[in-house]
Design a protein around this ligand. Sequence first.
Ligand SMILES: [Fe+2]
Length: 404
Amino acid sequence: MSDPLQSHLKISVDEIEVGMELQDVFTTDGKLLLSSMIITSQDQIESLRRKGVTFAYIKPTDTASPPEISASVNSEADQTLQREKAYYQELSKAKEVHQATLEAARNTLHDARFGKPVAIEAITTAAEEMVSSIMRNPDALVSLAQIKGYDEYTYVHSVNVGILITSLVHSMNYSEEQLLEAGIGGLLHDIGKMRVPEHILNKPGKYTNEEFSIMKRHPENGLAILKNSNSISDFSKLVLIEHHERYNGKGYPKGLNESNIHEIGLIAAVSDVYDAMTTDRIYRPAWTPQRTLAMIFQGCDIDYSRRIVELFTKNLGIYPVGSFVRLASGEMGVVIRVDKGSILTPDVLILFDGQQQRLDRPREYKLSELQKNDPDNRYRIELSLNSNDYNIRISDYISANPFN
Ligand SMILES: [Fe+2]
């Protein structure tokens, strides 16, 4: 029998590592179990073992030698430097945009709570600024969306979802107008919650059936709040109405399924759940990005579209900017930059040494560089941790511009 995937590398289950993009996964009896999957945690590898997986296929890394190696190394280093500069150049502007967007979202949701007409112009302006920032450099604003405060949840979440959706849509070659409309939809996606009584909205415990049925009306309530706003496009409205629809048809309000949820609805669903789970709430601490992505991956083909989850992960990275990670050496630090071409080897600002002692002065590691000569795998990220457990405020570490 000919190899079904001649252009791919066959690896055994023992060789599977976190971060690998598996193409086809087979059980011992040669049955195809999955056709594509990004490994985001050790748990996933264990679960593959339990399911009897013995081998899988991965895409080979592009090893074609460039014509002039020294020239290419230089230009690679130049490109990295340029990318870093562009990121930091945008970061200060992105902070202003982030603040202004938070303010616009807070005011808009506040108005909706008190039954006042919603000022769509302010939201549109904020979304325009958000799109411009993402188009100049998508990483700056996205890194700010990873800084989770303890502010009133709904408006911070609205802004984060707006940023995550816009950034993903930007990577998928949607038009600029659609970027803007998707961003507006993201900023307003939970506006219908402003009709949910606050004691239900902020309830720390589990909802009763009746409370849950009130919560579940928020997508439709959102449309009702905006019904007199002619300036809201149908594309924006799709984000509001479909962000709780699920791939298998078990979502709400309409119970649409994979074939009739719009792609922007699938994108909104993943962005919404990612931000919700990675944020501290009264009733549970934040999950790390890695654990959240692993949970989302488990919901592929059930709750979420696998294709969208993969694009989302590639766009954000498994250890997104703002993640607090531990290396195999025991050193711990904050991810400060991610190169989309190598999402497993970000730049990390090391704050704790290998004995977990706090360093007087943080040191920066470029894992992509360090791993080139790392026979003991010391510079491999082992896992992501919750920064709160180590009294680390992430926002303190992803703002300094070393080029100034
Ligand atoms: Fe929602």
